[in-house]
Design a protein around this ligand. Structure first.
Ligand code: FES
Length: 972
């Protein structure tokens, strides 16, 4: 209940003021209510640290402090840094180094760094890590944050600091001649951040803006803590929505009575399944038509996992909405529970989807939502012909995305009675199309606005809150805000599919001639992404070594656990883990050099990808072959940088408690979905020669707004600050499929390049007119002007003014759409160096190095940030992250204090090297970089662990308990 308000006297950002607070209110809520929006909320228990502010100069988590307790205190929020003269050196350094991705953790990181530097102007790298350790970041891998603090500290000590940039080197024709900057050998064993290193083949054409380390176009507002996220927005009369979730993993709702909740003063709407028309849907944000089954409804009379939706309420305050939920009487008939996917397929298992109105479940009685069986060649004949057959079974965990900004959505009717959905989503256009039938409004009555997003990693490629929030707005006729708690992120959003991966491989003359992959995918209670994740897993898992005889069988299975969905890596990382480990096991078994064995077998340039037609993404695919790959060079550079062979030799001799290991893996991914993903872009010219770039593409912290603007600037001969990027709003930006499938650089970039080329033609034509009729072919566009062969030139500002106000008046504007028949794979070599404590089972990771071919690197800082962040998430996947459930489907670790993601003090040295290729189908030669970054750490970890201990660990994550058990079983 609302308590008595009190005023506390505080000084906030050097300004004395009275802060109106409630009796039990946290400082976090009081500050946000007073519009200090840089103070973020990311968890329910003070673990994440994104709510950090400075109280009397000391960093404190504002969610853990009662607002009443700060009477008389001096409080600093990020809004208080910098002044009229400019940004604080920390803000500048965070911008300049690429330490900001989504920016949700940035205010807290900077404030912690400020407190450190105020006390200690010359901190060591370890002291910086200790200072930042209280704030989780899921995007960056922490590398650039440490770098930023080091640079800011140096600047504040009046030392000269070189601007942050990458290192460029020409790629020699002969790999024997390759040399690396000394620091990349890491001979001092430090984990000091290194800039990314970019190798460029001599024959690649030079570019002007593309390929440069431009600062992210949204960096300044993020580093200032401006109100740019979904929740940094208030609407007059806004209500607070809340979701009642199921405490049971499997039950039928026998009776639900919301009458007491509805009579509570201040409550404006309470909805159960009895109040909402039953419309079936699939929640995965994918292109139309989404794959069957449509196995969900907004609110149902049956619950299938702990955390499943039961009822919703909207009230004047969040406390009231939650109280209303507590007043709903629900009587459940409990049903048997199954949480193990293999058990779920047995005769007599509880049937999770027994409803009559879901179409497209392959075998509901055995909970098999999809059964996939495709092959090329004749696998059994090839097995018969093989010299040796090898098999292995591998298990990968259910991992949570843990974006720091929870799912959040605000819905309201605008002045034209159209429903506005302001939501943190990766797929605004899919959301508009998918939500329309659920709420009974036509698409034209809905506008979806995507502000800045505080991370998503696939979990926001999903309809999660939008339909519920809209239902409440429709019922209450008021604006409504809904946000997940951190626990609900674990129980009621999505996760990575847990997989059981069984490979059988036939080898003849050291060549993989046949492979069969049987994949069990645990999709949890609903089938969102069930088909596509597992198809991608099969395709990538069997195409990395591309045997001409390949057989993929998959059962995707319902269990009474929270649904799996999209998560960076999307099936490919799980299956490549199994494949890579088995390949290394085979090499060891045959006494072969693992590097050369893999090199002899991996997919080569010019080779058809045998399964590309049979395994599209949710539908039949298209024939594809590999056009570009620098995997040979990536692997050799990584070997050189890590001194791989020498260390392997050395580690053979070791014994004692601490054992070193070095491992490597090769991986591939894709760039968008071939022949399906489509994106569009619009460019229009302004009076001053600047341009608006309107994109449906969704920058969720990746830097896509920036690299897309770089592409436009490259074509138009302008600098980045002449482009104003806006993304995304279904009313004002053209369609884009959204941010998933590693598609934005390749597909959306293709649309931007086409639109820019069209604009260029219009500019040249208008300039020709202004110059008295010179043909466009005789003109050149560069450096913000059009030059004629006779020496005359006209600036873009003059062209802008003329075209809008004077000659042949018209708007210089162009839109373009892009789709590709290809999905060119980026390739990479991942290296991992570890120390295993044979007594505790603890693995300490000392170095992660990824050498990546992502085509042309559009921006080395944002691209390396993607790789660092991907490796950090993969490190969690490999060593510690696993959503656990008991036999009744009760979650055992649904919060950040029991489910651990990597923190900065636990991070190893993390290095990124790019080897560029010129992909002919990509914009400026680009492929993709975001997802491949996560694929390699787990198999390279397995490789390193075997190197250290001689044991193949086939189940992730490698927790101390699992390692100890493996060591014990091996008699060590
Ligand atoms: Fe740290 Fe996104 S930049 S959570």
């Amino acid at each position: 209940m609302k308590t008595q308000g009190v005023d506390v006297a505080v000084t906030i950002n050097n300004v004395p003021r009275m802060l109106a607070v409630e009796q039990d209110e946290s400082l976090l809520l009081a500050l946000r209510r007073a519009s200090y929006f840089s103070v973020k909320s990311g968890c329910d228990d003070g673990t994440c640290g994104v709510c950090t502010v400075l109280i009397n100069g000391k960093p404190e988590r504002s969610c853990k402090i009662k607002a009443l307790e700060v009477d008389g205190a001096e409080i600093t929020t990020l809004e208080g840094l910098g002044d009229a003269e400019g940004l604080h050196p920390l803000q500048e350094a965070f911008m300049g180094t690429g330490a900001i991705q989504c920016g949700f953790c940035t205010p807290a990181q900077i404030l912690r760094a400020k407190a450190l530097l105020d006390e200690n102007p010359n901190p060591t790298e370890e002291e910086i890590r200790q200072a930042l350790n209280g704030v989780l970041c899921r995007c960056t891998g922490y590398v650039r944050g440490v770098d930023a603090v080091q640079r800011a500290a140096a600047k504040m000590r009046d030392e000269s600091v070189e601007p942050f940039s990458h290192i460029e080197q020409t790629l020699p024709q002969e790999m024997a001649k390759i040399e690396l900057p000394e620091v990349f050998y890491r001979r001092d064993g430090s984990r000091n951040p290194l800039p990314p290193l970019v190798f460029t083949p001599r024959e690649m054409t030079a570019t002007r803006i593309v390929g440069k380390p431009e600062v992210k176009v949204d960096a300044k507002k993020l580093v200032q803590g401006r109100p740019v996220f979904t929740d940094d927005f208030r609407r007059e009369g806004m209500l607070y929505g809340a979701l009642l979730t199921s405490p049971h993993a499997h039950a039928r709702i026998r009776r639900i009575d919301a009458s007491r909740a509805r009579t509570l003063p201040g409550v404006h709407a309470v909805l159960t399944y009895e109040d909402i028309t039953r419309i079936k849907y699939a929640s995965g944000g994918q292109s139309y038509p989404q794959p069957l089954p449509y196995d969900q409804v907004s609110l149902d009379n049956k619950v299938r996992h702990v955390g499943d939706r039961v009822a919703i309420a909207a009230a004047e305050t969040l406390d009231l909405a939650q109280e209303a939920l507590r007043l709903i009487d629900v009587e459940y008939d409990l049903l048997p529970v199954v949480v193990d996917p293999e058990a779920a397929m047995q005769d007599g298992a509880p049937i999770i989807h027994d409803e009559a109105d879901t179409e497209g479940i392959y075998d509901p009685e055995h909970n098999i939502v999809h059964h996939i069986d495709v092959h090329v060649g004749d696998v059994d004949a090839a097995f018969a012909e093989a010299d040796r057959l090898f098999e292995g079974t591998y298990r990968t965990p259910k991992q949570q995305q843990v974006h720091l900004e929870p799912h959040i959505c605000i819905t309201y009717f605008d002045e034209d009675e159209r429903l506005v959905i302001r939501t943190s989503t990766q797929v605004p256009f899919h959301i508009r199309r998918m939500v329309a039938p659920l709420i009974g409004l036509p698409v034209k009555k809905i506008r979806v606005v995507k502000p800045r997003i505080g991370g998503g990693f696939g979990n926001k490629q999903e309809l999660i809150l939008e339909d519920l929030c809209a239902h409440l707005t429709l019922a209450a006729n008021r604006p409504v805000r809904m946000e997940y708690t951190r626990t609900q992120e674990f129980t009621s959003s999505r996760s990575r599919h847990a997989n059981i991966i069984h490979y059988k491989i036939g080898v003849k003359d050291e060549k993989v001639i046949a492979a069969r992959l049987y994949l069990i995918g645990d999709t949890g209670a609903y089938g969102a992404h069930a088909l596509t994740v597992n198809m991608v897993g099969g395709f990538k898992g069997l195409t990395l070594y591309n045997p001409p005889n390949a057989h993929f069988i998959s059962d995707v299975v319902y269990t009474n656990t929270p649904p799996a969905g999209a998560f960076r890596g999307y099936g490919a990382m799980q299956c490549q883990y199994g494949m890579e480990v088995l390949m290394e096991e085979i090499a060891a078994n045959l006494g072969l050099d693992v590097v050369e064995f893999k090199r002899r077998n991996w997919l080569r340039v010019g080779e058809p990808m045998y399964l590309s037609k049979a395994l599209g993404e949710g539908r039949e695919g298209v024939e594809q072959s590999l056009q570009t790959s620098a995997l040979d060079q990536c692997l050799d550079i990584g070997r050189l940088a890590t001194d791989f062979e020498t260390k392997r030799e050395k580690y053979r001799q070791q014994d004692g408690r601490y054992r070193h290991g070095i491992g490597m893996a090769v991986v591939m991914h894709g760039s968008g979905i071939a022949d399906l993903d489509m994106a569009s872009a619009t460019l229009k010219m302004n009076d001053d020669g600047s341009f608006n770039l309107l994109m449906g593409a969704t920058d969720l912290g990746t830097g896509s707004d920036t690299i897309l603007a770089q592409m436009a600037a490259e074509v138009l001969g302008i600098s980045l600050d002449d482009i104003i990027v806006y993304s995304s709003d279904t009313d004002f930006t053209p369609f884009d499929k959204g941010a998933y499938a590693s598609s934005t650089t390749y597909i959306s970039g293709g649309a931007v390049r086409k639109a820019a080329l069209k604009i260029k033609v219009q500019i040249l034509e208008h300039a020709g007119l202004m110059l008295g009729g010179i043909g466009a072919a005789d003109l050149e566009l560069q450096d913000r002007q059009v030059n004629a062969a006779d020496g005359r030139s006209i600036s873009l500002a003059e062209i802008g003014l003329s075209s809008l106000h004077q000659q042949n008046q018209h708007q210089i504007i162009a839109s373009a759409s892009h789709k590709s028949p290809f999905s060119p794979p980026p390739t990479a070599a991942q290296f991992v160096e570890i120390v295993v404590d044979m007594e505790t089972g603890r693995i300490k990771t000392e170095r992660l190095l990824m050498v990546v071919d992502c085509g042309r690197v559009i921006n080395p800082v944002t691209a390396s940030g993607q790789v660092e962040g991907g490796m950090a998430q993969a490190l969690g996947f490999a060593l510690e992250e696993e959503m656990l459930f008991d036999d009744n489907g009760q979650p055992l670790n649904p919060n950040l204090s029991s489910y651990h993601i990597p923190r900065v003090t636990g991070m190893p040295a993390m290095d990124v090297i790019f080897v560029q290729t010129d992909e002919p189908s990509g914009p400026f030669g680009a492929k993709s970089v975001s997802e491949i970054a996560i694929d390699g750490v787990a198999p390279a970890m397995a490789s390193a662990f075997h190197d250290a201990t001689g044991i193949w660990m086939r189940e992730l994550p490698y927790t101390p308990e699992r390692v100890k058990a493996a060591l014990k079983q091996a008699g060590q």
